[in-house]
Design a protein around this ligand. Structure first.
Ligand SMILES: [Zn+2]
Length: 179
């Protein structure tokens, strides 16, 4: 199969379409279609042959590991002197992998595509617990190896704000819930 479609996985902003917006499908939609086609190709090339209906979370993990060979994210091994360095000053022989964020987004797109193509949510292999656990494992591993935190920024409100007198920008009480 042609793996070229995955070489761009980690740089979603370099797509060559100059006309943004308009009637063209969104970048997400076209990326999703592309991912879905590549996964279908992966299944067709699978040995032993594998049909979508028999695809399990274990096969999704197999697919994700297969994609690592096209990755561009350096993931240092614990014995590497740059382990935990987000910007190493010199090259090292550690392997390149798919970044966690790329895999996470990919699984999300394929999960949606699976159901759009007639798959049942209950049997969606991209929503399997094993896949979730694997992604979490990759995230933890890569955040340690690269010294990069993947946790979303939490908005912490200083607890003493209310006690420190009336703040200038007083918040309006919202009448509706945010969902
Ligand atoms: Zn290294």
């Amino acid at each position: 199969m042609d793996p070229s479609s995955f070489q761009e996985l980690e740089s979603p902003n370099n797509a060559g379409d100059s006309s943004s917006g308009g009637s063209a499908p969104s970048r997400y939609e076209s990326q999703k279609r592309r991912d879905w086609n590549t996964f279908g190709q992966y299944l067709r090339n699978h040995r032993p042959p594998l049909s979508l209906s028999r695809c399990s979370g274990a096969h999704v993990l197999e697919f994700l590991r297969y994609l690592d060979q096209f990755g561009k994210t350096k993931v240092h091994t614990p014995v590497c002197p740059f382990f935990g360095h987000p910007n190493p000053p010199a090259p090292c022989p550690c392997p390149l992998r798919q970044a966690w964020g790329s895999l996470d987004a990919l699984v999300g797109r394929l999960r949606a595509a699976y159901e759009e193509n007639g798959g049942m949510p209950e049997t969606n292999p991209f929503g399997a617990k094993a896949v979730r656990l694997y992604l979490r494992e990759v995230r933890d591993l890569q955040s340690k190896a690269r010294g990069v935190s993947y946790e979303k920024k939490k908005r912490k409100r200083p607890p003493q704000a209310a006690a420190a007198g009336a703040p200038m920008d007083q918040q309006e009480p919202t009448s509706s819930c945010e969902g």
